[in-house]
Design a protein around this ligand. Structure first.
Ligand SMILES: [Zn+2]
Length: 311
């Protein structure tokens, strides 16, 4: 049987929120089978649990934010996508995330620090079948037209593979790889994707800060790009780091479904809002998906049994 996974022991991280700029402590704890991933706001007078589900998403402007029942204005946790991406990359099904503020720490702007933390705590196999969300029919969402067109699509696939194409019409970004395909079954999430950092443009900083966004952003946790070039003195970590970060985000955003997808995902210029719209389109069509488990591990997609080696 392909089993569910949680952590062996608890682990902690301290950092600042990218958007809020607030200091935050986060404790990642093991959870029982079938718990899923649950954020717990332990700073509130009465702690509030926010289970990660596609319909818990309450805001998608610049980051993925969840609230109980998806209610905007309720207790929230923002910028969950990089931690969710690391959990997906390691195949973690069940986890409590105790958090002392309303945003996940940005750390270095990628998911590599989360991967390191989770791997240091160790991965434990649990005696319950791992449940996958298998896409059985193509689902697509589109917005805009012409130069403003963006779209994202899920197609049936025995595995989980993602293709992302960016098009920023910006000299520094256009000089990087514009399209990335990544197969989760390769087992190379940590090497190929996890180190890709978030990015921002100096021309947008003032407008975003006046709206209370990116208050914690800096060259320590983001690729910063002016009108012509990347300003970080060390340059890029991958030649196609920006497209790879979009893949990292999509892996995290799609893991908000509550189970790993068996699908091929393709997106042209999408983002957090479109990814959540795609999940809602999928899960509102009962004929487009089914939940599957693998009693016989050899029937699971190749690479998935070794995805998060337990050690
Ligand atoms: Zn991101």
């Amino acid at each position: 049987m392909l089993k569910q996974r949680t952590l062996k022991s608890l682990t902690r991280a301290v950092g600042v929120g990218l958007h809020s700029g607030q200091r935050v402590e986060m404790t990642l704890r093991p959870a029982a089978p079938n718990t899923g991933i649950v954020f717990r706001r332990v700073d509130l007078p009465v702690p509030v649990d926010i289970p990660v589900r596609f319909d818990s998403v309450s805001e998608t402007r610049m980051a993925s934010t969840i609230s109980p029942g998806g209610q905007p204005g309720g207790p929230k946790v923002q910028t969950i996508e990089h931690l969710m991406s690391a959990c997906a990359g390691l195949g973690l099904d069940n986890l409590y995330v105790d958090i002392t503020a309303d945003e996940v720490p940005i750390l270095d702007g990628s998911s590599a620090s989360f991967v390191f933390l989770l791997q240091s705590a160790g991965i434990e196999l649990q005696n319950a079948p791992k449940r996958f969300l298998k896409v059985t029919k193509t689902v697509e969402v589109r917005e805009g037209e012409g130069a403003r067109l963006i779209w994202a699509r899920l197609e049936p696939h025995h595995g989980f593979k993602l293709t992302f194409q960016i098009d920023f019409n910006h000299p520094a970004v256009d000089a990087t790889g514009q399209e990335v395909t990544f197969d989760m079954g390769s087992g190379r999430y940590k090497q190929e994707i996890a180190r890709a950092r978030t990015f921002g443009f100096t021309k947008d900083v003032e407008a975003m800060r006046s709206r209370g966004l990116t208050l914690g952003g800096s060259m320590d946790n983001a690729i910063v790009i002016d009108d012509y070039r990347v300003l970080n003195s060390d340059g890029l970590r991958y030649d196609d780091e920006i497209a790879k970060h979009k893949i990292l985000d999509a892996i995290g955003d799609l893991y908000i479904a509550g189970a790993p997808l068996l699908a091929a995902y393709t997106s042209f210029r999408g983002g957090h809002a479109l990814n959540n719209k795609l999940l809602r389109a999928l899960l509102s069509d009962a004929g487009a998906y089914e939940y599957v488990t693998f009693e016989d591990e050899t029937r699971a997609p190749s690479g998935f049994t070794e995805l998060a080696p337990a050690w």
